[in-house]
Design a protein. Sequence first.
Length: 150
Amino acid sequence: MDEFLKAAIDEARRGLAEGGIPIGSVLVVDGAIVGRGRNRRIQKQSPVLHAEMDCLENAGRLPARILRRATLYSTLSPCHMCSGAILLYEIPRVVVGENVNFKGPQEYVRDNGVDVEVVNDPECIRMMKKFIDENPDLWNEDIGELDAET
């Protein structure tokens, strides 16, 4: 397994151990991890702290010339919000751990010049499916689905 995808999976496991949603992300530039993140919406009571957003936040203020040669690894297909950040900062490559349990706007991202590689790693698929099966309300909240009472 790719060492950077493994690092993203480690972040997802950390998030799950904290009581959060098991999605992890790392930002890689020139073969080195410059940012790590995990979905911390539950832990931080945040409406926007998806793994990719947390990763970018933790990478800090990087100049465009750095971001334009980065690769973002995420254990799950990035949602519209996170895909928007990828496009905004012109991150040229995204490696997706899996898109079986959730598929974000990958074609839109590709159509805007980003190289999107989907791995469909069995561990990513298993971890996310188990979480969704056991926590459907938290998952639906995370992806903006309406609950039954709304």
